[in-house]
Design a protein around this ligand. Structure first.
Ligand SMILES: Nc1ncnc2c1ncn2[C@@H]1O[C@H](COP(=O)(O)OP(=O)(O)O)[C@@H](O)[C@H]1O
Ligand SMILES: [Mg+2]
Length: 288
């Protein structure tokens, strides 16, 4: 069963002079097992949107169904919420206990798992994200590096075994090695657990690598949803929207502006090399 979002609108401070439509009439479906990316510039409504997926905030209009559970209904929300694990943008907000083990174990314990069960799930989750329990369990969360903190927050959610894993900007603010750690962890997680991943990012590059389908938000509206090929074939529009486009897509755009007809469908190095090779060979043949 999927997550179905129907005509979702969210207005902050409605009926006041500072009312702000953060999500505007968005409809989309997230299928079981897929890697779904959400991109958009800062303030485009991504975080507001995903907070509806576990019923943390409520629609102003429209609705969200998680495996059929209507997240606007108090009773159904409890069931839907149990399926959705949410890792917030700033992991410091999620880490507050004195040791990493206690922190990661907080969620599973809260779900009513027994102490042994919670500890076993917690240690398994720590291993999944590459934090060796023997080394990290008794550390303070505040001794961790940025990438390690992000992975600890992720472990706390994984230990609850959600069906849908929602990650809000998991790479934001990390240095390149932290980003690599987190990207590798997410890939590993998909391979190991096979859960649905919904990943928010303002960077097309991060999403381009891993997502099977991508939604693009612009000023609260759903600009487009599709496969990476469908989305990145519109690179010019995405860049104009202020999105941080993949390096190769920017290079291709710069070349187009100089009159070199690089197709808009090219956004990875491999595609660019193939295209260049074909073009050069055809060019040489044409001259003969
Ligand atoms: N709690 C809030 N109260 C009022 N406005 C908010 C609140 N949270 C976000 N907004 C506004 O809603 C819009 C969308 O924000 P957000 O969903 O955080 O976007 P994103 O995650 O894409 O950066 C922005 O204009 C933001 O200022
Ligand atoms: Mg956000």
């Amino acid at each position: 069963m999927p997550i179905i979002v129907e005509k979702l609108t969210h207005t902050y401070q409605p009926n006041t002079p500072s009312a702000r439509v953060a999500v505007d009439n968005v409809s989309l479906t997230i299928n079981e097992g897929e890697f779904f990316g959400i991109i958009g510039h800062t303030g485009s409504g991504k975080s507001t949107f995903i907070q509806h997926l576990n019923g943390l905030i409520q629609p102003t209009s429209g609705r969200v169904l998680v495996d059929g559970f209507d997240m606007s209904d108090r009773k159904q929300r409890q069931k839907g919420r149990a399926l959705v694990g949410m890792v917030f943008q700033y992991p410091d907000y999620q880490l507050f206990d004195s040791t990493v083990l206690d922190d990661v174990m907080f969620g599973p314990k809260n779900l009513g798992q027994s102490a042994e069960e919670a500890k076993a799930n917690t240690e398994a989750a720590m291993r999944t994200v590459g934090l060796d329990p023997a080394f990290f369990s008794e550390k303070s969360p505040f001794e961790l590096s940025g990438g390690e903190k992000r992975r600890a927050a992720l472990a706390g959610i994984i230990a609850m075994k959600p069906k849908y894993l929602v990650l809000d900007e998991p790479m934001a603010g990390l240095d390149p090695s932290g980003r690599r750690e987190v990207i590798a962890t997410i890939a590993n997680l998909r391979a190991e657990l096979g859960c649905t991943v919904i990943m928010v990012s303002h960077s097309m590059e991060d999403v381009a690598r891993s997502a099977e389908r991508i939604a693009v938000f612009n000023e609260g509206k759903l600009f487009a949803v599709g496969t990476p090929d469908e989305i990145f074939s519109r690179t010019n529009e995405l860049i104009e929207m202020g999105l941080d486009a993949p390096q190769t897509a920017r290079l291709a755009k710069a070349l187009r502006e100089r009159g070199i007809p690089v197709p808009e469908s090219i956004y990875t190095n491999e595609q660019f090399i193939d295209w260049l090779e074909r073009t050069v060979k055809t060019g040489v043949n044409a001259d003969v």
